[in-house]
Design a protein around this ligand. Sequence first.
Ligand code: FAD
Ligand code: COA
Length: 399
Amino acid sequence: MFKLSKTQKQLQATASEFAKNELAPHAAEIDRSEQYPWDNVDLLTKQGYMGMTVPEEYGGPGMSYLDTVLVIEEIAKSCGVSARIVVEANMGAVGAVMKFGSKVQKKLAAEHVLSGDKPAICITEPGAGSAATEMFTRADRMGDRYIINGTKHWITGGGVSKFHLIFARVFENNESQGIAGFIALRGTKGLIIGTREPAMGLRGIPETQIIFEDLEIPQEMILIPPEGLRHGFAGLMNAYNGQRVGAGTVALGIAAGAYELALEYSKQREQFGRPICEFQGLQWILVDMHTQLEAARLLLQKAASRSRQGFPDMMEAAQAKIFASETAIKVTNDALQIFGSAGYSRNFPLERMVRDARMFTIGGGTAQILRTVVASALLDRKLPQTRDGHFKLEQKEKK
Ligand code: FAD
Ligand code: COA
C-alpha cells in the first residue's frame, strides 16, 4: 500500500532511541507523582518534536502527519504521557490554526508550540459530551469582540497549557449563528481553571474543568466563524480528524510497548523447566497481539498518509481510532497476563500501561460515536442521534 522512505525509517529509529534513553526511565515516576513532565517537555522541544507540523514559513519543519505518527508511536512505547503531549503540539488545535487561521493566529500558535506549549482544545461540557453540537457555552457578539460564558470539563492540559482553542455557540442579537472556534491564552481574565479530574491513567497530564466568565475575545481571535447553523463546527471537526489519528497512535504505541515487554519476558521466565514462550497457549496470544498491532498500525498510517483538505479523512480516522483503541485495551491486558503476578504488580510497568491505554475508546470521540461517524459515511446519509433528529437542534438554535 505504502512504503516508509529511508528518511522516515531513520526518523522512527531516532525517536525510538530518544524515547528509550530519555523518556522511559521517568515514566513510572510521572505516573506516581501525577505531575506534568516539564523536563520531558524541554527534551521534546529540543528534539524538535513539538511543532513538527508547523509550516516552514512559521518556523517549523512542516512535516507530514505520517512522519508525526511515526514519532508518536515510538514515544508512546516508552511514555504515553509524553506521546499525548506530542499529539496536541502537532495536531488538533495546531492543525486547525494552520489551516483556517490568520497570519497573526498562525504566528501565535507556532511560537507557543515550538517553545514547548501543548495547546488545549475545549469542546466537551458536563451536559454535552458525545453530543458536542449541543454545547451550551456561548459567545455573544458585542461589536468587534465576543464575550464567552460557559463551562468545559475533561480538558487535557487544563492549568498547564497556554494556548486554548475554545468551541462555543455564537449568538448575535441573541440569535444562534452556530458553533465557532476561538483562541485565548491562559492568564486572560475570565478564563478560569477549575478542578482536576482524578483520572485512571495517563496521570502526568491534568484534565480539568475550564470555566469562562465573561471571557472577552477580540474579533481577530475568532479562528473559524460559524457559517450557517453548523459549518464552522464542521471545519473544526475536520481538523480534529488529525487529532483522532494522533490519539489512536498513542494507544497503538502504548500497546506495542507492552507487547515488546511481554515478548521479552516470555523468553526469560521459566516454568515447568522451560521458557514460557515455548508453550503454544502463550505463542498464540503473542501472535494475535502482534497481528492486531500490525493491523492497527496500517489503518493509522493509511489515515495519516492520505489527507483531504490537509487533514485525514473523517471515516478513515474514525476507523483507525476505533480499531487502535480497542486493540490497545486487549493487547495491554494480554501483555499483563503474560507477566502473571508481576504484571499485576505496581513494581512493573504493565498495570500502568493497562490504565494508560484505557482512555482511548472514550476521549476524542467514543468508540460508539465513531461507529456512527463511519456508518454515516458508509451509508452516505446523515444519522442524527438526537431523539427528534436535527429538527430539535435547529429549533433550539433559533431560540
Ligand atoms: P457520554 O457522551 O455521556 O457517553 C456515555 C456513553 O454513551 C458512552 O459509552 C458513549 O459511547 C455512549 N453514547 C453516547 N451517545 C451515543 C450514541 N449516539 N450512540 C451510541 N452510544 C452513545 N474533551 C475536550 O473537549 N478536550 C479534551 O482535551 C478532552 N480530553 C479528554 C481526556 C480524557 C482522558 C477523557 C476521558 C476525556 C477527554 N475529553 C476531552 C472528553 C471526551 O471527549 C468525552 O469524554 C467524550 O466525547 C464522551 O463524552 P462523555 O464522557 O460525556 O460521554
Ligand atoms: N470530520 C469532518 N466533518 C465532521 C466531522 C468530522 N469528524 N464530524 C462532524 N462533521 C460535520 C458533519 O459532516 C456536519 O457537517 P454538514 O452539516 O456540513 O454535513 C457537521 O459537522 C455536524 O455534524 P453532525 O454529525 O451532523 O452532528 P451531530 O449533531 O449529529 O453531532 C458529533 C455528532 C459530530 C458531535 C459526533 O459525531 C462527535 O464527533 N462527537 C464526539 C465529539 C468529540 O470528538 N469530542 C472530543 C473532544 S476532545
